[in-house]
Ligand binder design. Structure first.
Ligand code: HEC
Length: 163
């Protein structure tokens, strides 16, 4: 058997072993009520909320909506799971209402910046999620909203009030 054949067989064996279901990370589908969702404490107009829900919640909430069938093929699920965990660490709309005011202001600022740069949603995600694509106007609307929210939260924090 030549080297390439051997390497091929080793590759196939590894590929098959990682398909064992125990290696698939648990799905990001909390069964708890989202009591600290951003909407519990902050004003999110319906159109903005729909954009966040369609374009951001899969990675930035405790409820990933649609897992594709190929989620069950490794190493796809590790890769997706990593994006979700990293995304939630930065920004979790399901826990946003529990963030301290300083963090909230910072997160609104980051959202504004991300929308201005059109850096979110991730490009790899947009390749397979048409419904998450945002138009120029929608990027702008979210940026304008986030900027306003940041100013509101900062003004209230300066006045010593809770948001
Ligand atoms: C496919 C998963 C995915 C989607 C969908 C997604 N994000 Fe992210 N997001 C990430 C990951 C991963 C990070 C952390 C690493 C990074 O900054 O690239 C992140 C980071 C962020 C950050 C913090 C950036 C910083 O300044 O460090 C913000 C703000 C953000 N995302 C906003 C959004 C918004 C708003 C949407 C929807 C319009 C969105 N994201 C959609 C995966 C995603």
């Amino acid at each position: 058997m030549n080297r390439w054949k051997k390497a091929g067989i080793v590759f196939i064996i590894i590929f098959l072993v990682i398909q064992i279901p125990a290696f698939t990370p648990e799905k990001n589908n909390s069964d708890e009520e989202p009591v600290d969702d951003i909407t519990a404490a902050y004003d999110v107009p319906m159109d903005i909320l729909m954009h966040l829900y369609n374009a951001c919640y899969d990675c930035h909430s405790n409820y990933t909506k649609a897992y594709p069938w190929y989620y069950h093929i490794q190493p796809v699920s590790w890769w997706m799971d990593w994006h979700i965990r990293e995304g939630k660490k930065e920004l979790n709309f399901s826990e946003f209402a529990a963030y301290a005011p300083g963090k909230v202001a910072r997160k609104y600022k980051e959202i504004e910046e991300m929308m201005e740069k059109k850096a979110m949603p991730l490009k790899s995600y947009l390749l397979v999620h048409d419904e998450a694509k945002l138009s120029d106007d929608e990027y702008r609307d979210i940026a304008v909203w986030a900027k306003k929210m940041q100013e509101d939260v900062s003004a209230k924090a300066n006045a010593g009030q809770q948001p």
